[in-house]
Design a protein around this ligand. Structure first.
Ligand code: PMP
Length: 400
């Protein structure tokens, strides 16, 4: 059923069947995609596009080792995780080994939202408290709890009383002051802080580049107030920052919770929550958690293979090098932020610019307040020639 001819009927059918605005599409004229390999996406009209946007295929689209591992395991066994099988154990051990001392317990889930949602349930039980602190313009998921943390999806007037915000790391922002003010605000509405959750690339706030002091300030100040600290690595993780596998390690942080998702299976849906044993045990003493698909052998072998490829091909260092090349080659009159292969460029007409980049054969996104930041977040496997291709298209889109 793979069709390679553009089908003009597909868009109206999608709008009718998938609820129009409920399932948004990129671009004025959406791309009808057919296949992808490495850094390239191919469309039904016979064109190809350099992928400078998609972080999920972190080791490249259709990476042969990941595809083969999934296919082989699917042909042998895929079953509910209530049976004993080595892949889940191997993956949990391997993830935990990459974490700071004490983050020794892994729970598999199916999405970043679920990982954050479970952390929230655990944090409430471990602290006996009900308040959460998140950045202004944060995004953390789609469940009822994590949608409430997603302050970029609703106006400040709609913020629930148990959610308070701190200012994301822009010029004037003071993390310690922000956490103290947030705790005071929670207190006025009868809540104490259970958890502070932070995406250390501040993707939805426009891709910001926090300093060590800012990130440590968040962690230390929420702990001083009796709350727990969650590093949301759903977007930042798996080497994108170009220094460590996890971005929070760049700042020397020691979170109570780490959540992983998006690139974890290179497109296969698999996600995880990592925490400390005593927090997990406090939770399981009074509540329970089981998710049918989570930690199944196919998902786990996909994630194990992604870790192998990142390690064996040195992709973390590669992300750092490529990020430096891109930042050096982007026009110097523009404001460019981010580390590694998570780059934000301030452009007042970012959405129009993304449309023009598409005409020049490159896929990018937009983010930030009013969508005024171009989001560059490619698979980590770009060649130097592909980075060069990106820069050329960027210059053409700027001139054109
Ligand atoms: N946290 C962050 C920082 C994210 O970027 C996202 C997804 N954009 C999520 C959580 C939610 O992940 P998912 O879409 O897999 O539920």
């Amino acid at each position: 059923r793979v069709s390679s001819a553009a089908d003009p009927g597909l868009l109206p059918r999608r709008r009718a069947a998938l609820g129009g605005d409920l399932s948004p599409l990129f671009y004025r004229e959406p791309l009808q995609v057919v296949r992808a390999a490495g850094a390239w996406v191919y469309t039904a009209d016979g064109r190809r596009y350099l992928d400078a946007y998609n972080n999920v295929p972190v080791v490249g689209h259709a990476h042969p080792a990941v595809v083969q591992a999934i296919a082989r395991q699917a042909a042998v066994l895929n079953l509910n995780s209530r049976y004993l099988h080595p892949h889940a154990v191997e993956l949990a051990e391997r993830l935990v080994a990459t974490m700071p001392e004490g983050l020794d317990t892994c729970v598999f889930v199916n999405s970043g939202s679920e990982a954050n949602d479970l952390a929230w349930r655990m944090a409430r039980i471990a602290t006996g408290r009900s308040g959460v602190l998140v950045a202004d313009l944060a995004y953390h998921g789609v469940s009822e709890a994590t949608a409430a943390w997603s302050t970029n999806t609703y106006p400040p007037s709609a913020r629930p009383a148990h959610v308070a915000t701190f200012e994301a790391p822009r010029l004037s922002a003071d993390a310690r002051q922000g956490v103290r003010a947030g705790c005071a605000e929670l207190g006025r509405s009868g809540h104490e802080v259970a958890l502070l959750a932070v995406d250390s690339v501040f993707s939805s706030a426009g891709i910001l580049t926090p300093g060590d002091d800012f990130m440590r300030g968040l962690q230390d100040e929420v702990r001083a107030a009796g709350g727990l600290f969650l590093a949301d690595e759903v977007q930042a993780g798996f080497g994108r920052g170009g220094r460590n596998l996890w971005r929070f390690l760049d700042f020397g942080l020691t979170p109570d919770f780490v959540t992983l998702g998006k690139p974890m299976g290179n497109g296969h849906p698999v996600a995880a929550l990592i925490t400390r044993r005593e927090i997990a045990e406090q939770f399981s003493a009074v509540d329970e958690f089981f998710s049918t698909f989570a930690g199944n052998p196919v998902s786990c072998v996909a994630a194990l293979t992604v870790l192998d490829v990142i390690e064996e091909t040195g992709l973390v260092a590669r992300a750092g090098e490529l990020g430096d090349v891109l930042r050096a080659r982007l026009p110097s009159d523009l404001t460019v932020r981010g580390r590694g292969l998570m780059i934000g460029v301030e452009l007042p007409d970012a959405a129009e610019f993304a449309e023009r980049m598409r005409e020049y054969g490159v896929l990018v996104g937009t983010t930030g307040p009013g969508g005024g930041v171009l989001k560059i977040r490619p698979p980590l496997i770009w060649s130097t020639a592909e980075a060069e291709h990106f820069i050329e298209a960027f210059q053409q889109a700027r001139d054109g």
